[in-house]
Design a protein around this ligand. Structure first.
Ligand code: ADP
Ligand code: MG
Length: 250
């Protein structure tokens, strides 16, 4: 990869929790415009990897840079988010008593959760943005429904829409297909593929059918015991003997 095209650099990062090495000498590079899938068994360190990028956890050693030499290592979660890194957690968190429209409005009007009750009436620009977001995540028909009444898949898409409202350069998406039906999973894959036209994305996932769908010709990174086991196209990674051992125990 050309150095100028590098969006995220994670170099030799380690993180220990109470003596347990959750991330161990992890090195990872992401190019601008990539849709990267990160897979690995439970406990491999996938969510911790996102915690380190977003400033939720601090690396013990190593270096994380974003864009042109912006060192994230000393920044807090809020500062990193402001730079254009948005994260979607595994469990959707939406404002249950607010409608889909209002949830998107809240995300447009400021950082999530802060002053959540102080939102103002939407301007026409905001309405247009929300309409576009509703089309993107295909929730036009649900705009007036309280978020708490959405189906699980719909909540996940709403949360993706809320994340997109901040127009992040880099989207970190943690197990978006967890708990979804096959149909919802396929729709989520289509959505992520279309988002990748405008955003760089890292998706953490362990549903292999879903990974195959979104990875296409892109690179897949396999995490195991807090470090990169291998990287390559989906078919290469799937054929790798080490990956088979980790996943199938043989
Ligand atoms: P994954 O998302 O791949 O399932 P995680 O990153 O959640 O894995 O966890 C990796 C390991 O680090 C697990 O063994 C987990 O228990 C441990 N871990 C993660 N976060 C913490 C924390 N804040 N405190 C203690 N242990 C943690
Ligand atoms: Mg996880």
């Amino acid at each position: 990869a050309e150095k100028t095209n590098l969006l995220l650099l994670v170099e030799d990062v380690s993180k220990t929790f109470d003596g347990f090495k959750a991330i161990s000498n992890l090195t990872f590079y992401l190019d601008r415009g990539e849709l990267r899938t990160v897979i690995g068994p439970n406990g491999a360190g996938k969510s911790t990897f996102f915690d380190l990028i977003t400033g939720r956890a601090k690396p013990d050693t190593g270096r994380i840079e974003f864009g042109w030499n912006t060192d994230l290592t000393g920044m807090n979660e809020y500062q990193i988010n402001r730079l254009g890194i948005g994260r979607k957690f595994q469990t959707p968190s939406v404002y249950a008593e607010h409608t889909v429209f209002e949830n998107l409005l809240l995300s447009l009007q400021g950082p999530r959760g802060v002053f959540a009750t102080l939102w103002h009436r939407p301007t026409s620009t905001e309405r247009d943005r929300i309409d576009a977001l509703l089309r993107t995540v295909r929730l036009e028909a649900k705009r007036a429904v309280p978020a708490g009444r959405l189906a699980h898949g719909e909540k996940q898409w709403l949360e993706l829409g809320m994340l997109l409202a901040q127009d992040p350069q880099l989207l970190l998406v943690d197990e978006p297909a967890a708990g979804m039906t096959d149909d919802e999973t396929a729709r989520t894959g289509d959505l992520l593929i279309s988002l990748a036209e405008k955003h760089s994305i890292i998706v953490v996932e362990h549903d292999m059918t879903f990974v195959r769908q979104i990875a296409r010709d892109g690179k897949v990174t396999v995490l195991h015991q807090g470090t990169v086991l291998c990287e390559g196209r989906f078919d290469e990674v799937q054929a790798d003997e080490r990956v088979r051992e980790v996943y199938l125990g043989r």
